[in-house]
Design a protein. Structure first.
Ligand SMILES: C[S@@+](CC[C@H](N)C(=O)[O-])C[C@H]1O[C@@H](n2cnc3c(N)ncnc32)[C@H](O)[C@@H]1O
Length: 424
């Protein structure tokens, strides 16, 4: 079993009754007792046919073995278990038997809990060979529900997000978001209990994340260049590799009062972080999506940079007079080919396709390289982010008078940023 006993013990309520149903395979009973739980043992027949219907328990532990328990009365059994478990109580157990036997048990459990108004709010299962272990929390909407502590919520978060690489960290971030607090306060108050509303908000967030909805869309913000950006599903979530473009510009052209243009601005992360760090600069930006423009405007306002950021909605350069004389053009345009879109991580599918897909991957580079010279001052620079393996093809798209000034490689060794100079 990969879940630690320590975690199971932490999820147990600190008092109340723990009922063991079926042949008791659990070697940790003395530990449960030490935690202050009163224990009671029942066999299946007794529970199904004779047990008092009003039995109510904080922890229900069930041991189903194919040899001992047929699945004949499964629906009644599950109904009785639900009637017995107190809201917010713990349902745990082991199911031992053939894969078909285990499958049927869990399907019935799931379909029964779905029918109920407040389903099993949390559910965790792990299986090896013919044994499945599971943990669940009884529906907890009722006012009398057993509350969840911060420590327990974090453990549940980690269990539900078990398929994610950073499950612990993500669980913490979602709880910080839910409780509108920070890491320090989370860890200084580990025994603080969540209110009903907080618990259901946390659970909603976990469910979304479990379905691979991006963390930043749930929390509505993303850090970029040390700044906090508001993000919504209308914009691409700013990526760390895009910071390389901003860093390059700041390192190579420090302290200059320049006027830049950011094409395909999305959340506004590129121009706004440059403006924040370079107080003499000004920027214009454009995006074809009105919703993305609203996000960029909100970020400009939050960062107090509206007076130096001029935002336009439109197709690439269309909003700007021709000729214009910007010192720089920056852009992280859509660069995923239709073909490779299907192979992206599940999270990316929640981001706007408008921000990602670009025909064969090079459509935007062709257009930007064809048109930029109308908007750049002589000797001006064009800095663009690019996708893996696109460098050579992009350089081939560059018309006369354009030379590659620099290529910046990202932390994964991929050519990521290309800097062109326009010298007519
Ligand atoms: C890859 S995202 C980049 C967003 C942001 N600059 C960043 O680095 O996080 C590309 C952006 O281009 C915008 N876009 C797509 N087609 C466009 C067009 N024809 N003209 C202007 N913007 C466009 C999308 O709405 C999206 O916000």
């Amino acid at each position: 079993m990969s879940i630690s006993l320590h975690k199971i013990l932490s999820l147990l309520p600190s008092q109340g009754k723990m009922v063991f149903l079926g042949e008791c395979l659990d070697e940790n009973i003395s530990l449960y007792k030490q935690r202050g739980l009163q224990t009671q043992f029942l066999d299946f027949k007794e529970f199904l046919y004779f047990a008092d219907n009003s039995i109510s328990v904080e922890v229900f532990s069930i041991q189903m073995t194919e040899q001992e328990n047929s699945l004949e009365n499964l629906d009644i059994l599950i109904q009785k278990i639900f009637q017995s478990g107190l809201p917010g109580g713990l349902l745990m157990g082991k199911v031992q038997g053939s894969p078909e036997y285990c499958k049927e048990f869990f399907l019935s459990l799931e379909s029964y809990s779905k029918k109920r108004e407040g389903r099993l709010n949390y559910f965790y299962r792990e299986s090896e060979d013919n044994l499945s272990f599971f943990l669940a929390r009884f529906p907890s909407k009722s006012k009398k529900s057993i509350p969840l502590s911060i420590n327990q919520a974090l453990i549940w978060g980690e269990l539900i997000l078990e398929k994610l690489e950073d499950k612990r960290l993500e669980s913490e971030l979602l709880l910080e978001y839910t409780l509108k607090t920070d890491k320090t306060s989370l860890f200084c108050h580990r025994e603080r209990l969540l209110s009903k509303d907080e618990e259901s908000k946390f659970l909603d967030a976990l469910k979304k994340r479990e379905e691979r909805y991006p963390l930043s869309y749930i929390t509505e913000h993303r850090g970029f260049m040390g700044l906090d950006f508001f993000v919504s599903p209308s914009v691409l979530i700013p990526r760390p590799e895009t910071e390389l473009l901003v860093e390059y510009l700041m390192e190579n052209f420090p302290e200059k009062s320049f006027h830049g243009l950011d094409i395909c601005t999305g959340s506004g992360c590129i121009p706004l972080s440059i403006l924040h760090h370079m107080p003499l600069a000004t920027f214009s930006g454009s995006d074809i999506s009105p919703e993305a423009c609203e996000v960029a405007a909100k970020n400009a306002a939050q960062l107090g940079l509206q007076s130096r950021f001029h935002l336009f909605q439109g197709d690439l350069f269309a909003p700007f007079p021709k000729p214009s004389h910007f010192d720089f053009i920056t852009s992280n345009p859509p660069y995923i080919s239709q073909e490779s879109y299907s192979q992206l991580m599940p999270e990316v599918k929640f981001e706007p396709s408008l921000a990602l897909i670009a025909g064969d991957g090079l459509d935007f580079y062709r257009r930007i390289l064809d048109e930029s010279h109308h908007y750049l001052a002589p000797g001006g620079f064009l800095l663009m982010e690019m996708g893996q393996g696109q460098r050579v093809s992009i350089e081939k798209c560059a018309p006369q008078h354009w030379t590659t000034q620099d290529v910046i490689v990202d932390y994964g060794g991929i050519d990521r940023i290309i800097v062109f100079r326009y010298s007519p």
